[in-house]
Structures are given as C-alpha cells and as structure tokens.
Design a protein around this ligand. Structure first.
Ligand code: PLP
Length: 454
C-alpha cells in the first residue's frame, strides 16, 4: 500500500530531527496526510486532535483557506524579493508596521528571519554590535535560564538551557550564564514558600551580576513562560523582580515570545501576563500559524537608533538572510493576524482559559500525575514515579513515550517532554472541543497506570 511504501521510504532516507532513530526504524513514522480545524488525519484516515497545534504554532487550525489564497496570490504577483540594501516590498513593510502597532510600546522596529533560532542568533549579534558601537565591547555575556528554550543554532542553542541541546555539541559556544530554572515544583526546596523561592532566584540574579560584573553582561533572555522545557509558569513576582534588577544594572531584557506571543497565555503577549516590558522581543510560530516559516525580532527605538547611527559611521550591520521578510511568508502573516483579530482568537484563549486549566487540574488527582500546570491555552501534566516525594521515573521519558503511544490510539497528539505531557491546542478551539481533548487525555492517563506498571 501507499502507506507502507511511504513508511519504507521514510525509514530508508530521512534523518528525523529530535528523534530516537533506531526506535523510529522499528516503529516507522506517523505520516500526517491532511488537516481540518483542530484535527489532523494520518495516511490511514485516522483522526487526531492536534493537542500541541503542531509545534505550539498552528493558531488558526489546519484548514484556513484564506492563508492558502493569500500565499497563492502573492506568489503570482511577486513570489520573491529580498530586503537587503534598502529594497523592500509591501507585505514585509506592512507586517513591520502591524507588529510595531501590536507589540508593547517601546518596540518599534522589526527584523525578519525564517526561524526562531535565526532570530535569537540575530539578537545576540545585534546586541554585540550595539555594545561595540557604544564603546563597551566587554559587555557581551547573556543570562538565560536552565530549561529555557531559545532554539538550536550555535548561538541560540547556547542560550537554550537544556542538556540535550548542549552535551554533544560543545555548547555553550558564546558567553552565557544559565540561572536556576524558575519552576517552583521542581526547584523549590523543602519548606520554601513560592515567595521565598522568587526571592532566592532574584538574589541569585543579583549575585551573578555582582560576581561577573554588570559591565560584562549584555542581556537577559527568557520566555515569559518556559514552554518547550516543560510548560513552567514562573513563580509570583518573578518577572517584576527580574525587570527591576536588569534595569538597575543596564542589562537589556529580551522576551522570547516564540510560543507565548499572539494570545497564547490569554494576553496579547506573554510579557503582559507577567507585567514586564522587554527591550527586544522574539516572535515566530503563531505569527503565520506556521503556514509559512517566519520569525520577527522587535526592537525598541533606542536600540534601533544606536544600530542605525553605527551603520553609517562604523560600517553596516553585516547580517541578514536571503529570506528576511520573504513576501509570501509576510503576506501570510498579515492575513493570519487579520483572521486572529476578526475572530478574536486572543479573546478566545482568555475566555477558554478557565475550562482548559480546570480540565488540566482535574488530572492532578491521578496517581501518576505530580503536577498539572499551565496558564491561558497552554499546560502540562508531569508524570512521577512517586507522588508524595515527587520522585521522577528512573528511566526518564519512558512513561512519556508510552503515554504518547496511548494518546495516539485515543486520537490525541500531545508532546511528551521527558515525562511531562504538554498541551497547546490551536487557538480556534471551542469549549466543546476542549472537553473532547480533556476526555481523550483522561482515557490516556487511565490506561497509562497499567501500561507503566507492565
Ligand atoms: N524560542 C522559543 C521560545 C521556542 O519555543 C522555539 C522553538 O520551539 C525557538 C525559539 C526556536 O524556533 P525555531 O524552531 O523556529 O528555530
């Protein structure tokens, strides 16, 4: 059959990203053939709720014809042009204007790349270029957090704080210091309150700045809510404190909103949920609902002014991509954002936050669930071997993998991050569909108990 020949060809010729390849050769691929709303269908016709919106990214769902139409029309009119050397085209200009209008006040300027990783690499270079221009070339170091995810290229992968993205690649390759992960359930100590935990993290930040020297630290980058590291909402008061300390030490604050942006947390941008204002913002994924690859860096006006001054005096900012501001990608982004606005999808996430989070929290009673957590339309359940002591499974990821396989049988795709099961459904989801998603998750967890013991 077609399905068998596809599977064989895949096994013979593809090196899948982020995959246990020997296991893949044994089990074969899950080939997704088409999409409809919050659902995808495999090549045998089986239906799944895409509980992670692809990779946290397909906001408008899997069958938005308007995005296909816009891409088609743009391809006929101007399929490609670049944005180097003052050249431009309408979709990228309009998108820059639109993003400047949507994002928090100090952010006025957009630089486009095709992926979140490229965007964060670009930010590192922009900040270095800026500090060189300001005559402080020593101010190069980045602060990041353990379990933060900022991509996988050499610089972005260095900012990422996950061992799997470092250990076989000699990373970090740029000066970066990873701070304690702000996840109370795992990193809080015995008897410590959440407020004490926040105070300890902020004291650590101050101590690191003192020991390394504020004159060596360029910026702190963080996801408002750490997503790919396990969906880890920060403790109360964390971001306000981080912002205060960064401002006091002339350290730029970079919000990586690749997942948290565009309404996911129930506010337009994640930084607004936690009450801080970044100097730089990374956007991607839901910017086009991932119908086309695109990312944007948003910069505050003062940063732009330094770069602009320097580009005349000392030499241009020698950085850019063939696809920076690609007309089809930026046209699709504009239409995607228009759809999100017309259908009030940011509002939908805010309205459904209550049922979605209540559904998740209902799993907290399950014997294998240590913590059920999240905010807005994103969340996770963390599986543990022993609930009272929070002891993880000896072989991390096995329970998660079993859960994924059962989930597939139940018609639900989520992401197992080790033994943390992450949910981040398309933003078009309805209340009934949230109910159905949670019912499938419930059946998955019911069956998991026996399967993990076996
Ligand atoms: N930053 C964050 C917060 C992300 O979640 C991701 C991807 O998941 C990235 C950056 C990297 O984006 P990309 O995979 O497009 O390079």
């Amino acid at each position: 059959t077609l399905s068998n020949s596809l599977a064989a060809a895949d096994i013979a010729h593809t090196l899948h990203p982020n995959t246990n390849l020997r296991l893949h050769e044994k089990n074969g691929p899950l080939v997704i053939a088409r999409g409809d709303g919050i659902h995808v269908y495999d090549d045998r016709g089986k239906e799944y709720i895409e509980g992670l919106a692809g990779l946290w990214s397909v906001g408008v769902g899997f069958s938005e014809k308007r995005l296909a139409d816009v891409a088609y029309k743009q391809m006929l009119k101007l399929p490609y042009y670049h944005t180097f050397s003052s050249k431009g085209h309408e979709p990228s200009i309009r998108l820059a204007e639109k993003l400047a209008e949507m994002t928090p006040e100090p952010l006025t300027r957009a630089f486009f790349t095709s992926s979140g990783s490229e965007a964060n690499d670009t930010i590192v270079k922009m900040v270095w270029y800026m500090n060189n221009a300001l005559g402080r070339p020593k101010k190069k170091k980045f602060l990041s957090r353990i379990k933060g995810y900022h991509g996988i290229t050499i610089a972005a992968g260095s900012l990422t704080g996950l061992p799997v993205n470092h250990k076989d690649f000699d990373l970090p390759a740029i000066p970066v210091h990873h701070l304690t992960c702000p996840h109370f359930y795992r990193f809080g100590t015995e008897g410590e309150s959440e407020a004490d935990f926040t105070a300890r993290l902020l004291a650590e930040l101050e101590a690191v700045i003192l020991s390394e020297g504020a004159d060596t630290i360029a910026a702190l980058i963080g996801e408002p809510l750490i997503a790919a590291g396990g969906v880890l909402p920060p403790p109360v008061g964390y971001w306000e404190g981080v912002e205060r300390i960064c401002r006091a030490n002339d350290i730029l604050l970079v919000a990586d909103e690749v997942i948290c942006g565009f309404g996911r947390l129930g506010t337009p941008f994640g930084c607004q949920k936690y009450g801080f204002t970044p100097d730089i913002m990374t956007l991607s994924k839901q910017i086009t609902s991932s119908y086309m690859p695109l990312a944007a860096i948003m910069l505050s006006e003062p940063i732009y002014q330094v770069i602009a001054d320097n580009s005349e005096k000392l030499g241009i900012f020698g950085h850019g991509f063939t696809a920076s501001g690609h007309p089809v990608a930026t046209a699709v982004a504009l239409e995607n954002l228009a759809i999100m606005e017309e259908r009030d999808l940011f509002g939908n996430a805010a309205r459904l936050e209550g049922v979605f989070q209540a559904g998740l929290r209902s799993f907290a009673d399950h014997p294998l669930v240590g913590e059920a957590r999240g905010t807005g339309l994103i969340g996770a359940v963390e599986l543990v071997a022993d609930k009272p002591t929070r002891r993880p499974f000896a072989k991390v990821g096995r329970a998660g993998q079993i859960a994924s396989a059962i989930g597939h049988e139940e018609g639900l795709i989520f992401r197992a991050i080790g033994d943390q099961l992450a949910l981040c459904p398309p933003m078009i989801i309805t209340e009934d569909e949230v109910g159905e998603l949670m019912a499938r998750m419930d059946r998955t967890l019911e069956r998991l108990t026996g399967a993990v013991a076996a």
